[in-house]
Design a protein around this ligand. Structure first.
Ligand code: ADP
Length: 318
């Protein structure tokens, strides 16, 4: 539906995007993740045609028109403060000269679907961050966008709202068949929402794959490290890790790919615990090397002895 080919964007000698190519399929939800400064906003602006590539091409398979526009939802939502929620959502339809009845017929069901029908007469100033975001989404979706662009949709939400919002946005856009490109540094939420994920590092698209592919089959050490702790492994260490299997061709293993099993006679020692909500990161010393191990077992203690094993698959939960 949209194709970027070898796109490069340079600001004052600095390459914000380097030779980026990908295609967005109709109806898909595609997210780009990457640290601050990776080029995410620049990529979104190029898709929105607010910036033009210095090299390469952007091609839309279908012309975007007033009836099927490309819409960018900004992270600060940019609602019109002097208009009610209803009028904010109706704004684009009025600009397209639709009749009052027709406008109501399109706006009201959408407000209902987004759970904000009771706020129709409210002004943006009294809305919570989550409510403002729903209004901004409704204002975009009411126009049947050919492509919906979301810029950091979680940046202005409380952390406890993020996961629920990601599910909500995914379900809503799937139901409506909307094609979405999202850029975010919240990769947990990107994983929840997206059919495919692109990793941008320093302006380069280093991988574009399904969430499972990104996690299980990273294209490089840098791509792997972006998603969490990674252990570098020497060729002879795979045996020392005790598993019957060799470490695959890859010279590293994720924290989730290792398992620590308590045994007072074990040669490995837990040196440090880091709590991340439901999971723990263990720093385990074995033969003068520290390994980073992810665990769901909350009972581990500093000083515990045990064995380190390599999981056959990072999904294997034994
Ligand atoms: P991200 O959204 O991933 O944080 P950006 O796309 O905003 O990254 O920026 C990528 C790089 O390009 C940054 O180093 C930024 O300073 C630079 N940049 C972006 N826009 C401009 C601009 N209009 N002028 C100069 N430099 C810019």
């Amino acid at each position: 539906m949209v194709k970027l080919k070898n796109v490069t964007k340079v600001f004052k000698g600095f390459s914000a995007l380097k030779n980026v190519s990908f295609e967005v399929k109709k109806g898909e939800f595609l997210s780009f993740v990457g640290p601050s400064g990776a080029g995410k906003s620049t990529l979104l602006k190029i898709l929105a045609q607010l910036e033009t590539p210095d090299e390469g091409t952007l091609e839309y398979a279908q012309a975007h028109t007033r009836e099927n526009p490309v819409i960018l939802v900004f992270q600060d939502f940019r609602l019109f403060p002097h208009l009610t929620v209803f009028d904010n959502v109706a704004f684009g339809l009025r600009a397209r000269r639709l009749k009052g009845q027709e406008i109501k017929k399109r706006v009201n069901p959408l407000l209902g679907r987004l759970g904000i029908e009771a706020l129709g007469k409210a002004y943006p100033a009294r809305l919570s961050g989550g409510e403002k975001q729903r209004v901004a989404l409704a204002r975009a979706l009411v126009l049947n966008p050919l492509l919906l662009l979301l810029d950091e949709p979680f940046a202005n939400l409380d952390p406890n709202l993020k996961a629920g919002t990601a599910e909500f946005i995914r379900n809503l856009t799937r139901e409506l068949g909307t094609t979405v490109v999202c850029v975010t540094h919240d990769f947990d939420e990107a994983f929840l929402m997206s059919q495919r994920i692109g990793i941008l590092l320093e302006g380069s698209l280093v991988q574009l794959d399904t969430p499972r592919g990104i996690f299980t089959n990273p294209s490089s050490l840098e791509a792997a490290e972006f998603l969490g702790p990674v252990n570098l492994v020497q060729a002879d260490e795979s045996i020392a890790l005790g598993g019957a299997q060799q470490i695959s061709s890859s010279p590293w293993v994720r924290a989730e790919g290792l398992r620590f099993v308590c045994d007072p006679k074990g040669e490995a020692i837990v040196r440090e615990l880091r709590f991340y909500g439901t999971r723990i990161i263990l720093l385990v010393e074995k033969e003068h090397k520290i390994w980073t191990v992810s665990s769901l077992n909350q009972d581990h203690r500093e000083g515990d002895r045990g064995h380190l094993y390599l999981r056959r698959s990072i999904y294997e939960n034994k």
